[in-house]
Design a protein around this ligand. Structure first.
Ligand code: CAP
Ligand code: MG
Length: 426
């Protein structure tokens, strides 16, 4: 192995409080031992390269070398402590160019997955984090305890602004707190963003009057940054509480900028495209790491998947993410992540469960993730045989039943919409 890839293993090293710790799964490539592959990634993600370099002064190596303090040959789990000076504070793109950059393509590794990141306090406090967080959102929506209920207007594309607003109205009347655009609905020839927002907010106002509940619209502002910002400002001006953004498509730089604008909008993150790098259990970046970065960047709520939903995702991972992003302290014994993590000034982020949900799945979700979640059903509301109002009612009934620990079948005897939904999907 190249000499420049040596000297990084220090198994007796205890991470300092101001180290950034990254946990990887690693499968070595051909021609390298496991230890060599670990050293190659430690080196390339920090100060090293493939050969010894004359410009590398011992002082630089001394000050900035990361330490591989744990490597498990059987599980493939490697933990590396990086001196915080390797990272620019408040800059997620720079962090990812380091610990999630060149290393994925190195010959020394066959597979590599960034599983988790543990940030030191100094780094965490260089970010704003969510403006509202769980508490702030609950306060605005005036829903102190129950899981929030959302729907995604379906069909994803094709409705006119008025048609869209009508579906939103029905969903709100039926009992949804939140209505959101789909990830690929932006400003279309057949459904202009500004017209849609105006029409939908007018319906929101009527729905609030009729129901006496707070209702909110999560409009998708995803676009090149300047346009996205224009749309966000438009939302604020129109009296919208939320902006929704596709986090993967717009990228970290745009997300950070959007939060830094401090527009006073709750930011909802849709993760379309995440599975390109989170789905393979051996290679890529875990959803947990993405979720933590979103929280630093300042999203208030984020899609985390849904247990037994339509998208692939391990039950364990969903639960782990749900727990870790919602609470200020990460449980020490949870999922093998060794360092308890204090999120300091960063507010907890609300987890959004979505994808293939319908009333029969609600009790499972509550059991696994508790009440601090958004439960979102698109097809599970718009697909209800009785229509959108009935679909939303059935979801609210399922939440009420689950919160009161009443079996859905029993509750359905007194609630027609729930009964129909259970017949349809249960
Ligand atoms: C849900 C959804 C979301 C998925 C994506 C959709 O609709 O709006 O995009 O939740 O998955 O269009 O599929 P349905 P995830 O309720 O009709 O499935 O939340 O796991 O990122
Ligand atoms: Mg969608």
């Amino acid at each position: 192995m190249n000499k420049s890839y040596s000297g990084y293993i220090c198994q007796d090293y205890k991470p300092r409080q101001d180290d950034l710790v990254a946990e990887f799964f690693l499968e070595k490539g051909r021609g390298a031992s496991f230890a060599e592959a670990c050293q190659a990634i430690a080196s390339e993600s920090s100060i090293g390269t493939w050969t010894e370099i004359l410009t590398m002064k011992p002082e630089i190596a001394e000050r900035l070398s990361p330490k591989i303090f744990s490597l498990n040959y059987s599980s493939g789990i490697v933990k590396i402590a990086y001196p915080i000076a390797l990272f620019e504070k408040g800059n997620i793109p720079q962090l990812l160019s380091s610990i999630a950059g060149n290393i994925f393509g190195m010959k020394e590794v066959k597979n590599l997955r960034l599983e988790d990141i543990d940030f030191p306090a100094e780094y965490v406090s260089s970010f704003k984090g969510p403006k509202f967080g769980i508490e702030g959102i609950r306060k605005i929506l005036r829903v102190p305890h129950r899981p929030l209920l959302g729907t995604i207007i379906k069909p994803k594309l094709g409705l006119s602004p008025e048609g869209h607003a009508q579906v939103a109205f029905d969903a709100w009347i039926g009992g949804c707190d939140l209505v959101k655009d789909d990830e690929n609905l932006t400003s279309m020839a057949f459904n202009n963003f500004e017209k849609r927002v105006k029409a939908t907010l007018a319906m929101r106002n009527s729905a609030e009057k009729i129901t006496g509940e707070r209702k909110a619209y999560m409009a998708n502002i995803t676009a090149p940054y300047k346009e996205m910002l224009k749309r966000a400002k438009f939302l604020k001006k129109q009296g919208c509480e939320y902006a929704m953004v596709d986090i993967v498509s717009v990228g970290w730089s745009a997300l950070q900028e959007l939060r830094n604008e401090n527009l006073g909008l709750i930011l909802h993150g849709h993760r379309a495209g995440h599975a390109a790098f989170t789905r393979n259990p051996k290679h890529g970046i875990s959803m947990l790491a993405i979720a933590k970065l979103c929280r630093l960047a300042g999203l208030d709520q984020l899609h985390i998947g849904a247990i037994f939903g339509k998208m692939e995702g391990k039950r364990f991972e969903v639960k782990k993410i749900g727990e870790e992003i919602e609470h200020k302290i990460v449980h020490k014994d949870f999922g093998g992540h060794v360092l308890a993590e204090n999120w300091l000034n960063i507010k907890p982020m609300l987890a959004v469960c979505s994808g293939g949900l319908h009333p029969a799945k609600v009790p499972l979700l509550l059991k696994a993730l508790g009440n601090d979640i958004v439960i979102q059903a698109g097809g599970g509301v718009s697909g209800h045989k009785g229509g959108v109002i009935a679909g939303a009612k059935a979801m609210r009934q399922a939440i009420d039943a689950a919160m009161n620990e009443i079996p859905l079948k029993v509750y359905a005897k007194m609630h027609d919409e729930l009964r129909t939904a259970l017949e349809q999907w249960g």
